[in-house]
Design a protein. Sequence first.
Length: 130
Amino acid sequence: MNRSVPENRDLFAIADLAKEFGISTRAIRFYEAKGLLAPERVGATRIFRRRDRARLILILRGKRLGFSLRDISDYLSLYDANRSQQVQLLTAKIDERLVSLEAQLQDLQTTISELKEIKKLADERLEKAG
DNA sequence: ATTCTCACA
DNA sequence: TGTGAGAA
C-alpha cells in the first residue's frame, strides 16, 4: 500500500496531472518555471495539492481562451493580494481579447469574401470555356 | 519514474 | 510556448 509519493485524492504527482489534462510533464514544469505554479517538494520531487491542481485548471482555461502565460501569471498573482484588482485586470484583459478576436473575425470575413469572389470569377470563366 | 540544464524552434 | 536530449 506504499506508493512512492502521492496516491490519494488530495495529493498528485506531476504525471497524474499530466495524464488527467492531456499535457506533458514538461509543460507543467514549464508553467512552474514561469511562476504560474508553485507545488511543494518532497526532496526534489514536486507534490501538487488540490489548490495547485485548481490553478492548473485556470491556466489551461486561460490558454484555451487565448491568453498568454504572462497574462495568466499576472492574473493568478493577484489572487492572494488584491482581489478586486484581480477582477479589474480580468475584465480589462477580456476586453482586450475581445477587441483582438473581433479584428481577427473581420479579417477572416474579408478573406472569405475575397476567396468567394475569386471562385465566382473562376467559375464564370469555366462557363464560357464550356 | 523524477529532476535539472542547455539547446532549439 | 513549449520540446528534445543528456545526465543524475
